[in-house]
Design a protein around this ligand. Sequence first.
Ligand SMILES: C[S@@+](CC[C@H](N)C(=O)[O-])C[C@H]1O[C@@H](n2cnc3c(N)ncnc32)[C@H](O)[C@@H]1O
Length: 292
Amino acid sequence: MASPLQSLLGNESSYTKSFQIFLDYSTEHQCMHEFIDTILQDHLTSIGNDKSELNVLGIGSGKGQIDLHILSYLKLKHPGVSINNEVVDPNVEHLKSYRELVAKTPHLENISFTWNTMTASDFKDKLDKETEARKFDFIHMIQMLYYVEDPGEVIKYFHGLLAQNGKLLIIIVSGNSGWERLWTEYRSQLCYTNANHYVTSDDIMKTLDTFGLKYQHFDIPSTFNITECFGANNEIGDLMLDFITETINFRATAPPDLRDNVMALLRHPDCSLEKDEKFLFNNTFTAIIVES
Ligand SMILES: C[S@@+](CC[C@H](N)C(=O)[O-])C[C@H]1O[C@@H](n2cnc3c(N)ncnc32)[C@H](O)[C@@H]1O
């Protein structure tokens, strides 16, 4: 029987809305900023080989908040160098917000932006048609490998485009996060598009090991305050549930057993910490820095 559930990924504006609620109620971006400020910035110094130009590629950049933070450090570490920043994301609304953010952010001179409203695989096809081979000094894939058909192939292809001394940054939910716990239990019932949506840092590091690539990884604790999920008639809670389950209107459309079991697991100590009457979902993620 066809699943009554509709994938959130097929509906751009629903996805954009739920993702924004996730960002508003989680420490995701704050923790990424701290990681960039404390760890990543040192890794950005050695890229580029003293060239007068740096080529950067962001895949699945979303609204660009994290990209601009990384770019500010690239400017700082490589003063006077021009930066070509290639942006790839199929979500029109996200790229519109990214452009608006660029328009109002000062000190972006020396950085040019090329917008590619397309998936990683369409961008690969675009590059394959170009006559001159492209190389990038820094590539990032931040919280996006869930959405590609074959994460291993995407990593292999884009890693192959790194210039000498280049680096690839992958950020993905951690193998010890609440996400992993939820997916282990309910992947088969929630999985109605393609199985690769449920990758964690453990899967990615196994893939990198298989390819024989050298990398360092950093687990970054983060939480998602999901308390609103447990209130009645709560639009914010509904959007949170949609993001967590990648389903449009999960509360209303999921079979009652599945809905109740998922909700019970979300508040279980395996997934969330209960503190001051709040449920803080374990949103730990892992940043992996891969050498060229
Ligand atoms: C969870 S958001 C992360 C956005 C941003 N990197 C951040 O951390 O704020 C995932 C992004 O991946 C994009 N995306 C979805 N499928 C993609 C694909 N096949 N190739 C590239 N990006 C994709 C989505 O449109 C969305 O902007």
